[in-house]
Design a protein around this ligand. Structure first.
Ligand code: SF4
Ligand code: SF4
Length: 169
């Protein structure tokens, strides 16, 4: 290698370094689009349209609107929902089907919303919580109805707007 080739190599390297540094400088001054999660957890706004966790709202009397009809279970394409019903005797001496357990598997749900749309009692909805990670797969199966909760007698009675989150994790 002669001297002139050596000098040309140095200038080529310096030009390449300047090009790289200009890209770095430009990115350094560009407004940031990433967020610092979980540091921003308190201020993070998730769209209302975001479907995350299926819940069954309960009212102040711990009652829900599910009639245990099983339509959501039938309409779920993944077998994600299991509705277990029980039979009780009413005061009139008749048999009545009520919900025993409404089980939903976070791990197999595709959030298609078919269960919510098909429910004739508007008993289930998706919330927009987004932190559903657990350390044990068994914790992905949520029982949506509270233990001891009953069928709301007036099935079409609207649920309170601030119905509490119901999932037993
Ligand atoms: S959102 Fe879709 S996949 Fe998930 S439980 Fe409902 S019907 Fe099944
Ligand atoms: S959630 Fe709705 S569709 Fe599913 S069992 Fe209850 S009432 Fe029927």
């Amino acid at each position: 290698m002669n001297f002139s080739t050596y000098i040309r190599g140095i200038f080529k390297g310096l030009r390449s370094l300047a090009g790289g540094m200009s890209v770095t400088g430009k990115e350094f001054l560009t407004p940031k689009v990433t967020m610092e999660y979980p540091e921003n957890r308190k201020t993070l706004v998730i769209s209302d349209r975001w479907r995350s966790e299926l819940i069954m709202p309960h009212d102040e009397q711990n009652e829900h609107a599910c009639t245990a009809c099983g339509i959501c279970m039938i309409n779920c394409p993944n077998g994600t929902i299991r509705v277990i019903s029980a039979s009780i005797d009413t005061e009139e001496g008749k048999k009545k089907k009520i919900l025993d357990k409404h089980l939903w598997d976070y791990g197999s749900c595709t959030f298609c919303n078919l269960c919510v749309i098909s429910c004739p009692s508007d008993a289930i909805v998706f919330n927009n919580d987004f932190e559903g990670a657990v350390f044990n797969r068994s914790k992905l199966v949520h029982q949506l109805n509270h233990t001891g909760s009953k069928l709301r007698e007036k099935k079409r009675e609207p649920l309170p707007a601030n119905s509490e989150k119901t999932t037993d994790k």
